[in-house]
Design a binder for this molecule. Sequence first.
Ligand code: NAD
Ligand code: DAU
Length: 336
Amino acid sequence: MRLLVTGGCGFIGSTFVRMALSRGHQVTNLDKLTYAGNPANVAEVADLPGYRFLHADIADAAAVANALEGVDVVVNMAAESHVDRSILDPATFPMTDVVGTAVILDQSRRAGVRRFVQVSTDEVYGSIPHGAFRETDPLEPSSPYSASKAGGDLQALAWHRTYGMDVVVTRGSNTYGPRQYPEKLIPLFVTNALDGEGLPVYGDGQQIRDWIHVEDHCAGIFAVLEHGAAGEVYNVGGANERTNLDITERILGLTGRDGALIHHVTDRPGHDRRYALATEKLSTLGWTARVEFATGLADTVEWYRANRAWWEPIKSGEYRAYYQAQYGDRGSAPRA
Ligand code: NAD
Ligand code: DAU
């Protein structure tokens, strides 16, 4: 297949691009190269004959139309992806996650692509105290990020209902692995711990996330791309619920640090307490999560330990201003 992957210089996108090429597909990677887009993430495939890169914005209709020539399937992963940045600067998120998604959906419709895969998130459901979200549950997003993603997700389904376009939506859970920008919980805490710096746990740290390895997430997206039914939504979760404090303690153990690095800081506004996904629907497509969490996390820590050249330049750039804005004046919170 000839795939157009957007956001392919990001964390999940670059893993997906490598997986697609290794499966014999041709890939055009369209990426705006925001602070989160890193050409180094795809450097090892940059010269392969089946790969081409286009530096463009998914909200730029002309650039997208040009990129779509000869494309069979679009996988739309491009997004502003970090909840905390959406709380600091909410107005930027709809520009890509809502407007950009509408633009690329519509250009894909006009170009007659065979299938459009919208990569959404479990955060569109909001928080769930017990049980697990099913694909038919209502969307109740809490943050500006998840509200924007819900907008993109619903538009994709609307393009199916209104225009009969072949659209599938994936709603993935918290993803971890190599090359994740060090603003998210796991890479932030791993890199801080490696440097002996504090780990800012929001509130009591008892919030729960369902963690999935990036290779499993990408394999889930592939299963939906290849076997999903048009107009359907598929949860992609790891069945691996962990509190944030559990994750923190594991990272301390893997980096040889102790609990003195933990700082309980003022909680995230609107913080969802728990995410959990029912994944039976995806299982019917033959998918199953394969990476065991203890192994996946240990390998991820080793990747960051071995690849300081990847993350040290990131942490010394624009990141410092972000880190100061996000954590500089944050008060402390009581322990659980
Ligand atoms: P990321 O922030 O690492 O990468 C996002 C990529 O999109 C970057 O390369 C960036 O340059 C690019 N981009 C941003 N705006 C763009 C625009 N307007 N046009 C073109 N490119 C643009 O994100 P990620 O964590 O890899 O997430 C990828 C997708 O998966 C997102 O849609 C996200 O909502 C979704 N998702 C992420 C997770 C997770 O835990 N990371 C879980 C579920 C779903
Ligand atoms: O659930 C899927 C979503 O997972 C994706 O759609 C998002 O793109 C991705 O960023 C992620 O969102 P979260 O907000 O769950 O991930 P984050 O890594 O930012 O935070 C995970 C948990 O850790 C959350 O409960 C907040 C907490 N946290 C995070 C940071 C950065 C802390 O306690 N301290 C921190 O410094």
